[in-house]
Design a protein. Sequence first.
Length: 428
Amino acid sequence: MPGVEPRHLFFPKILKSDEASHFFGRESAFGQALDHLGNDEAAVAIYGERGIGKSSFAWQLASILDDSNSVFKRSKLQRVGREKRYECIFPSPANKPKSISSVIANILSEKTSEYSLHARYGQRFQDWGLYDSIQKRYGVSLHDIGFKNVGDDLLFTIFKEILHEIKNANPRSSLVVFIDEADEIDNTDGLGQLMKRIDVANFVVVGIGDTVGDIIQDHASAGRKLIGGLVELEGLNSNQIGEIFDHASERSNRRITFTSEYLARAKTVCAGFPWFAQNLGYQSVLSVVRNHDPGEDFTARLGRAEFRLALDAVRGVYQQSLEKRIDFTELEVAGPREIIRVLAKARKPLTDTEISKELIRSERRIPMAKIDNFLYRLVHDASLLTKVAGKSGDSEDRFRFRDPIARTFALEIVDQHSGEESSDKSFS
Ligand SMILES: Nc1ncnc2c1ncn2[C@@H]1O[C@H](COP(=O)(O)OP(=O)(O)OP(=O)(O)O)[C@@H](O)[C@H]1O
Ligand SMILES: [Mg+2]
């Protein structure tokens, strides 16, 4: 019997087209996006918090449209315009694009994604002599247009021409262009215009945001196309989080199972974030597998102890990735999170001075004067803490973080404050 392989049970990366079996929930969001894209003129915006599952959703959507996906059947989804055929272009996102032009340059020259323009149409472009003709007429190569400064007008001209060529070759299918990580684009002014003006393709724009305005500055310009196409992704419910763990048990042929205590804790701490569930599960299995020889036949029932270990490991991984990505001068985002991290790590409630010391020790350059107010309120205002922890019923009132972990840290603080005993109860 083969050994248990953590990567086969949990999937701590974007779930692309052939990873559909790890994907759960989102039925109504698919329904909405598919219905809307069934219209001839449609644009879709997918937004939500960091790590909530936007890219995975977008990838599953692309492969559903491409007719190569099992989620569609498994979730018994319906689709308007069944007879319609789609072709999707989904490049790997560009690195910190400055403007819409940089995004287009990336779409034109990106090659690593399985749905990149070149991967999908490269052979046909050759056959049509398109590579040569672009080179001849415009003096640039489609292969490296992303690295050349060719000017916005030319870029748009070539982009439109390419889309027209694809469309002309397949007049009956609908072209859908995906743009992921739109929140990383310095200036998204013009994206709405682009969505409106390009009529041979529909766009699906994806990014971190509370509203569509966070990822498409001039979204109003897209007008009717976007109406009905706003898909806000919320957390998964706890049954769906549970399905992630059930699925893993099944894939291990039930050699790995989870106690109900583990599952209850996992559901609480994941707070709806699939990112957390996949990583927690992955780390748990990893810690078990480490204690066995490769190929050894064993079964393991994961409980409280494994949960604890994995939770710490996930936080370690998360901190590392944060340190790479976050600009700590961005106070609104990073400041509160860092404070919450310090508070949550502490084994007992800290005073303001102790928190300040901790923050200085952790070498975050957060201007102390600016955080004072937040800090004061956080420590002294229990209702703020509840909002931060996402436990407030009134969603208007909820303090929103761009990343999920801040919330789970905060949940722990709430637990600490409510005492050891109730802390245990709150998990079950
Ligand atoms: N519906 C789902 N079911 C199960 N796991 C999921 C689901 N959606 C996402 N995941 C998992 O959650 C994690 C984060 O997913 P993803 O990268 O798609 O999120 P994101 O919102 O695009 O993140 P970011 O804000 O960093 O771009 C991945 O580990 C992925 O495997
Ligand atoms: Mg993403």
